[in-house]
Design a protein around this ligand. Structure first.
Ligand code: COA
Length: 260
């Protein structure tokens, strides 16, 4: 697959997607969003890919938001479509069924913060800055930032961040639960690859069920989410990986998971 604004690399079972518009700090224009959607669909169906890393080109920015030159001429109907498209792409990332690691190498603002929040896990460079500064443009988040931020950091902090448009540093983002871990900028991709490698050795179907149980379960009443978990817990017993994992433990050896 050839893209204008994305780089797609494969390192054995790990795919690295780089948003590649460094001149505009990797702002997401409609074309980039479309390419991201197509790349995500391809990675979802590629059984050879077990983990995905998403990052931004250059040293300054992960993604500095939606492309403001496009937003400036947006119509009401076009804006609705754009938001729905962005939400659809981010939903696909959140529910890819394999871990997606955001390697936040700089600014993650607006749509960039929303993209990072749709990922399964977030590693941030100590130089990263995150926020939802849409209010400064007289607009509001459109790629479900109001929804994901409040679920990740709680209603009060989400209100504060989105209403103020303030940018926060990586350590504050870690403190409030917006990122999982902060690492020195120079080590970001090494750490992301290390984490991806660990996850790539895990049981793929179990990972898919965990992601599904947490994502879907959070939208359900507790009791229904628990029943959903129990169903997946039962279903996992049909996999070769379940037999391999338990047998390997009893035989005191490392399990080799095949995703079957
Ligand atoms: N959309 C389109 N272009 C963007 C952009 C965006 N979201 N963010 C940055 N750019 C462009 C700038 O216009 C500039 O282009 P130019 O060189 O042609 O002038 C280039 O990227 C570099 O950005 P610049 O503002 O000069 O860098 P900076 O280091 O001074 O500031 C930011 C960095 C991130 C603080 C600043 O670019 C910014 O506030 N960007 C907008 C963030 C935002 O509001 N995002 C939410 C959008 S919904």
């Amino acid at each position: 697959m050839v893209f204008d604004n994305l780089l797609l690399e494969r390192e054995s079972a790990v795919a690295i997607v780089t948003i590649n518009r460094p001149k505009v700090l990797n702002a997401l224009n409609a074309r980039t969003l479309d390419e991201l959607g197509r790349a995500v669909l391809d990675l979802k169906h590629d059984d050879g890919v077990r983990v995905v890393i998403v990052t931004g080109a250059g040293e300054k920015s992960f993604v500095a938001g939606a492309d403001i030159s496009e937003l400036a001429v947006q119509t009401p109907t076009g804006g609705r479509e754009l938001a729905l498209t962005g939400q659809h792409v981010l939903d696909a990332i959140e529910n890819l069924g394999k871990p997606v690691i955001a390697a936040i190498n700089g600014y993650a603002l607006g749509g960039g913060c929303e993209l990072a929040m749709a990922c399964t896990l977030r590693l941030a460079a100590d130089t990263a800055k995150l926020g939802q500064p849409e209010i400064n443009l007289g607009i509001i988040p459109g790629y479900a930032g109001t929804q994901r931020l409040s679920r990740l950091v709680g209603k009060g902090k989400a209100m504060e961040l989105i209403l103020s448009g303030a940018l926060i540093g990586a350590s504050e983002a870690e403190r409030i639960g917006l990122v999982n871990r902060v690492v020195p900028a120079a080590e970001l991709m090494t750490e992301a690859r290390k984490l991806a490698g660990q996850l790539a050795a895990s049981a793929p179907i179990a990972m898919r069920y965990i992601i599904s149980a947490i994502n879907k379960g959070l939208e359900m009443p507790f009791a229904e989410g628990s029943v959903f978990e129990a169903t997946l817990f039962g279903l996992i017993a049909s996999t070769d990986d379940m037999r391999e994992g338990t047998r390997a433990f009893l035989e005191k050896r490392k399990a080799e998971f095949k995703g079957k």
